[in-house]
Design a protein around this ligand. Structure first.
Ligand code: ADP
Length: 345
């Protein structure tokens, strides 16, 4: 187990492209950190630098109390789980799980013990003699996990491990991986473009955009106090509503309602989550409903407020139909952003 420390880590690819600007963060011993962001934001590059699969252009990386900038991947005491599982098709599940140990010249009986323990933990015991082609996608993913677990590493690195699975299995494996990580207490870095995975699995989320960190925080912090309009619109499905607002004497108005105050001089954007808006004829602010999406447990209402798009979550018992109605906004839930920089005020 180990803490991980990135100090001004930067990546410039040989073609001159700066994929990661100088970036610093620390991961505590046993912590589960998720790197999330859109395709091309530098997640894999960062992870691969930690793994030693990609050179670090500048900065210092330590795992435990050891600087590993120039340490071989095999000697960094890490185990990596990939999206494509990287299993050997001609080997049994038993051999696949134990493969890394055999390479390390560990006695066969000890390997068998470790494989059995991992297989039990991952519900793979009855499949140990099968080949990967005879397993389901979820079982293959568990074999890949098993291979990481038997190595008893200081650090797990996950690179989009669930993106080849269907939605139901992804949900199940998300819970399994998180539970396993909790149980083993191994420090973990997990890369995904899926904000739901990030929200549900992370102790802390790091949101990346264009090779730089937009925000680091717990899932609740990221969700409720996004540091920028980028984070506000990337995290959450549907995303936070972002509405341009005029100010009157430092007061941010929606209709006649003061939703926030600010002493910033420029134009602002009001952020409000769809579940922090109420709908009904007695509310204060005029709103026109365009579409109502039925989601079972609740409904998602899309419409217009002052000509700008707004989404509202309502309970399944709230009757809403298309056409004019009214909404009210919970001022405590409003987040203000500078309209020019996109940063939270
Ligand atoms: P992500 O994992 O977030 O999708 P990557 O880390 O794979 O993003 O890539 C970050 C950026 O670096 C992208 O713009 C990508 O095109 C670029 N990139 C990745 N690998 C190389 C490379 N070998 N040479 C040049 N640019 C690269």
């Amino acid at each position: 187990m180990a803490q991980v420390s990135l100090n001004n880590i930067r990546k410039i690819y040989p073609n001159g492209y700066e994929a990661v600007v100088p970036t610093s963060f620390d991961i505590a011993d046993g912590e589960f950190v998720v790197l999330v962001g859109p395709s091309g934001c530098g997640k894999s590059t960062l992870l691969r630098m930690v793994a030693g699969l990609e050179d670090i252009s500048e900065g210092a990386l330590s795992i435990g109390d050891r600087n590993v900038n120039h340490v071989d991947p095999a000697d960094r005491d890490i185990a990596m789980v990939f999206q494509n599982y990287a299993l050997y098709p001609h080997m049994s599940v038993r051999k696949n799980i134990g493969y890394g140990l055999k390479n390390r010249k560990i006695p066969a009986s000890e390997i068998e013990d470790k494989v059995q323990t991992a297989a039990k933990m991952l519900n793979l015991t009855e499949y140990l003699d099968r080949k990967p082609s005879q397993l389901s996608g979820g079982q293959r993913q568990r074999v890949a996990m098993g291979r990481a677990v038997v190595r008893d590493p200081a650090l797990f690195l996950f690179d989009e491990p669930l993106s080849n699975l269907d939605a139901k299995l992804r949900h199940q494996m998300r819970i399994e991986i998180k539970a396993l990580q909790r149980r083993l207490g191994v420090t973990s870095i997990y890369v995904t473009h899926d904000q739901v995975e990030a929200m549900t699995m992370a102790d802390r989320i790091i949101v990346l955009n264009g090779g730089r960190i937009e925000q680091i925080g717990t899932p609740a912090e990221i969700y409720h106090q996004p540091a920028s309009t980028f984070v506000a619109s990337f995290m959450g499905a549907p995303p936070m509503n972002l509405i341009e607002r005029e100010k009157r004497d430092g007061r941010v108005m929606v209709g006649d309602t003061v939703v926030a105050t600010t002493d910033s001089s420029g134009p602002v954007i009001m952020g409000i989550r769809p579940e922090d808006i109420e709908i009904g004829p007695n509310c204060a602010i005029p709103f026109t409903v365009d579409i109502v999406e039925e989601l079972g447990a609740h409904r998602l209402v899309h419409g217009q407020l002052d000509g700008q798009d707004l989404s509202v979550y309502v309970g399944k018992d709230v009757d809403v139909s298309t056409g004019p109605t009214r909404v009210s906004i919970t001022p405590d839930a409003v987040v203000l952003f500078d309209a020019e920089t996109g940063l939270a005020l």
